[in-house]
Design a protein around this ligand. Structure first.
Ligand code: ADP
Ligand code: MG
Length: 715
């Protein structure tokens, strides 16, 4: 048995790793084109699913096309010509069959190329949304292929896959290559989901019988008509569940691997924590207290903590983090607090120093702006254990900083770090014990997403705001309302309050963003708020300049602070009551929610004005209206995820978001939970996947995820 399994696995891997050049029709030139698309091996090709199918069994005569529906159609090109001139140029074609005709239109694109490619009298097959113009049916920007080109691929197939373009490779050629790849790939695919997990999938067991068939059907469905959708949806479901199952197995293995490594066992004395709490002029909220006790109980265990602390903006996460740090410090350990930006690290440092004044805790700040000599002295004091709590940016801590007895790492990540970066931090423990880790996120993450990005963490949620908070009144303002809003800011300033003005992200360029902020600040100072003090804050300023700008605003010297998104995180000026966001449509909802969280902190009534540019789309309005409708961070992040997709929401590259081949967190979110239960079912019986049939799962998981997740195995 054992040998067979290993053989099967090896065979599968060797087929999946076979370069596409092994296929007929793929020489070095064609291979280079595939490679550009990220397709190198049979395995890559197998995961390159068609984005739609052309169902040959349901091609309708042109006169039966239904306006409002997307359809595949076929006919002879009767005419193709450019009409109009200059900016009004339109390419128009007419397709006919025995029973009727269909207009084809292009408003943009390379007309010359299209004219050269499609000649009158040729038979074409097309796809697109059918519309009506002046009483005649039409398709604007159709996808077209010559029938000849397409049918020679496989005239007998009832359904033809349509793949996203591989530049320089015709669909026909692409299909021929894919057919070979899928044939050999599908044959080699072994079943990876054990029966016990299958039973939890909610699918008829027959779906799991033949993994090869799943992949064949996904690429070249065997049936058209009514069965097509059913088959393809079912097969996709199986493929996605398998993919999610493997990820969940990986995450659970990582979690149990982490737990089996020796961690720091804290023994807090409560001396510092009690003093801190007594010095506050408020009580912890119930949620803060509950979460703190969850953290403490983790810290007292010998296995390392991996906990995610989730709480809306302003829910008081920082205080919880500080209390956790004190629990560590009391017991003789050091703690580190990592922030995603320098500005935020400085803020944390300032707040924490103020809160700890009078307590015997040595806190230091280490960022990119720390001078070389200061840095050296900090590194020395860290190594001897003289520093109890180090606040800093993430990048620096990762480098060459070494602690004497690091017991707790708090990562205030505000969505900016992911699984991969966290792993590096955990290696900072030099005592042989893995320090405890607490990850804080500001915007609540939809469950489907947190199960993916943070699937290896335990979860604590602060679901209660400190008392006295008022919801921030939010209003979308059109261009013509601008003056009134400025007037409103002036009124607030006269009452002694303050305002933020945030400038838009223009593309991804920091330079442009910067220019916008600088210009806006000048414009505001010179033309709008002549009678007020206007400050400026942006990411490119030197540390000292930044600190100065922040200080001027915090002390009330400047009344209006114009800034880039650097203020998105962490800045805490309770006297600020107005948040004005320029070109709000260019921000993500979660970002807007963060920005809005900067006001409404001091018990005064507060406002958030979202200035919308002139060309906001209908989608854009809908998005902004969500902000008007709710202050609930969870609803907002769900909405954000739905509209923008997970990659954009988290910033794919920084997020540590797994790169799924088939699954899509948006569409398939609920399946993640199913997959988690499936993974649990298998690991509960065989925690290290050491027994025979499960070994293959372990190998596959290691191959696919281990470098990404730094899996630590107990065995
Ligand atoms: P978060 O980091 O979750 O966005 P903060 O920790 O910055 O929130 O807290 C926001 C503000 O609320 C801070 O000014 C903090 O001092 C205050 N705060 C925290 N906890 C409480 C509490 N239990 N009662 C009243 N105010 C609190
Ligand atoms: Mg905070």
């Amino acid at each position: 048995m054992a040998i067979t399994d290993l053989d099967r696995y090896r065979q599968m891997v060797s087929v999946m790793d076979t370069p596409l050049t092994a296929l007929k029709g793929v020489g070095p030139k064609v291979f280079a084109r595939f490679e550009k698309k990220g397709l190198r091996t049979i395995g890559d090709a197998l995961a390159y699913l068609p984005y739609r199918y052309e169902d040959r069994t349901t091609i309708k005569p042109l006169n039966e096309l239904i306006p409002g529906e997307a359809a595949t159609f076929k006919g002879v090109l009767k005419r193709l010509e450019v009409r109009g001139y200059r900016k009004r140029r339109v390419l128009e074609g007419l397709l006919v069959d025995e029973r009727g005709s269909l207009q084809l239109k292009w408003f943009r694109g390379n007309f010359e190329w299209l004219l050269k490619k499609y000649k009158e009298g040729e038979e074409l097959i097309g796809y697109g949304a059918v519309g009506v113009f002046a009483g005649r049916k039409e398709v604007v920007h159709p996808e077209l292929e010559l029938v000849e080109e397409d049918y020679s691929a496989s005239e007998t197939d009832p359904v033809i896959p349509v793949y996203s373009e591989v530049e320089g490779v015709h669909q026909r050629q692409l299909r021929r290559i894919m057919k070979q790849a899928v044939e050999s790939g599908a044959k080699a695919r072994a079943a990876l989901v054990p029966p016990k997990a299958q039973a939890l999938s909610g699918l008829d067991p027959r779906w799991w019988d033949s993994p090869g068939r799943i992949w064949r059907e996904l690429h070249f469905p065997s049936k058209g008509g009514e069965d097509l959708q059913k088959i393809v949806t079912g097969c996709r479901h199986v493929a996605v569940l398998e993919e999610f199952f493997l990820l969940q197995v990986a995450l659970l293995l990582k979690k149990s691997g982490d737990e089996s490594v020796g961690g720091v066992r804290h023994s807090p004395t409560y001396t510092l924590v009690k003093k801190l709490l007594a010095s506050l002029d408020y009580e912890l909220t119930g949620a803060q207290r509950r979460v703190l006790s969850e953290i403490r109980s983790d810290m007292e265990k010998p296995s390392p903590m991996h906990r995610l602390l989730q709480g809306d903006v302003g829910s008081g996460k920082t205080l919880v983090a500080l209390n956790s740090a004190l629990l560590a410090v009391e017991g003789g350990y050091q703690a580190a607090l990592m922030a995603p930006t320098e500005v935020l690290a400085e803020q944390h440092f300032k707040n924490i120093s103020a809160l700890l004044s009078g307590l015997p805790v040595n806190v230091k700040l280490l960022t990119g702006s720390t001078s070389a000599s200061e840095r050296e002295s900090i590194l020395g004091d860290l190594a001897t254990g003289d520093i109890d709590l180090l606040v800093g940016t993430h990048a620096l801590i990762v480098e060459d900083v070494s602690f004497s007895r690091l017991g707790l790492i708090v990562v205030d990540e505000q969505h900016r770090f992911g699984v991969m970066q966290r792993v590096k931090l955990a290696e900072k423990g030099r005592t042989g014990e893995l320090p405890d880790t607490l990850v804080m996120t500001a915007t609540p993450i939809p469950r489907s997403l947190s199960m993916t990005v943070y699937g290896d963490l335990d979860l604590s949620v602060i679901d209660e705001m400190p008392p006295g908070r008022r919801p921030v009144a939010t209003k979308i303002i059109k261009e013509r309302g601008r003056k009134a809003v400025f007037e409103f800011v002036r009124e607030e300033a006269k009452k002694g309050r303050q305002a933020y003005v945030v400038c838009p992200l223009v593309e991804e360029s920091e330079k442009v963003e910067l220019k916008a902020a600088v210009e806006t600040a000048e414009y505001f100072a010179r033309e709008v708020f002549l009678d007020l003090n206007v400050g400026l804050l942006h990411g490119r300023m030197r540390g000292a300049e930044k600190a100065e700008a922040l200080e001027a605003f915090a002390s009330g010297k400047t009344q209006v602070l114009v800034s880039t998104t650097v203020i998105e995180v962490g800045i805490d000026v309770p006297n600020a009551t107005v948040m004005l966001v320029e070109h709000a449509e260019r921000f993500g909802l979660s970002q807007l929610h963060q920005l809005r969280g900067r006001v409404g902190r001091g018990g005064n009534e507060s406002w958030c004005f979202l200035l919308a540019g002139a060309n906001v789309s209908e989608d854009g309005w809908q998005r902004l209206r969500v902000m008007e409708d709710t202050n609930d961070g969870f609803r907002i992040s769900e909405e954000d995820l739905r509209i923008r997709g997970p990659g954009d929401m988290l910033g794919t590259r920084q997020s540590g978001l797994p790169d799924f081949q088939i699954g899509n967190i948006l569409r398939d979110g609920p399946l993640l939970e199913v997959a988690r239960r499936m993974a649990h079912a298998v690991l509960d019986d065989d925690p290290s996947l050491g027994s025979q049939p499960n070994l293959v799962i372990k190998w596959v998981v290691e191959r696919r995820w281990s470098s990404k997740l730094s899996l630590l195995y107990s065995g």
